[in-house]
Ligand binder design. Sequence first.
Ligand SMILES: [Zn+2]
Length: 215
Amino acid sequence: MNIILLGPPGAGKGTQAQRLVERHGMRQLSTGDMLRAAVKAGTPTGLEAKAVMERGELVSDEIVSALIGDELDAMGPSVGAIFDGYPRTAAQAESLDAILAGRGRKLDHVVELEVNEDALVERITGRFTCATCGKGYHDKFEQPKVPGVCDKCGGTEFKRRPDDNAETVRTRMAEYRAKTAPILPIYEARGIVAKVDGMAEMDDVTAAIEAALKS
Ligand SMILES: [Zn+2]
């Protein structure tokens, strides 16, 4: 089985991908990771990519396709692939079809973890942690039992991550929409897109993904 997993930052995509890897022995193919690994290993594709990057240029679709092809060949035919961060364009979507077809594979499902942007902003901007022990809290969902005092260690200092703000979350959502806009309609037209509520409890999200993969 070969799938694309889509989801904006904060939707829990990393956790869900990890669970698919553990449950089904699938392999997560992130083009960034593959690129770094190929450069490090000094494979022919890696050397080509390194030269391009050293010239300050973007790695071409051909190189990315070659990387994916190499990885699929190394995985062997029985291991399923989870594509993460690829494809981003209609041309890449077409390349992916060709890469898969050339290996007797096909894209079975595109799973999109959907989030409610306002709820996501509320979830992320409310987060804070104990500066001493790191216990997580939330302005709305989990305040310390005694205001200003950590439940776990009694600490009174708390901190917030500077990028946990509404503007950053909304910017990331806009970037995500811009990146997926070119490819979602292609797969929707094929009827292989499953939308899963990424705001649900993590185990429920996993169950919904499993159900989508069986359909
Ligand atoms: Zn604490």
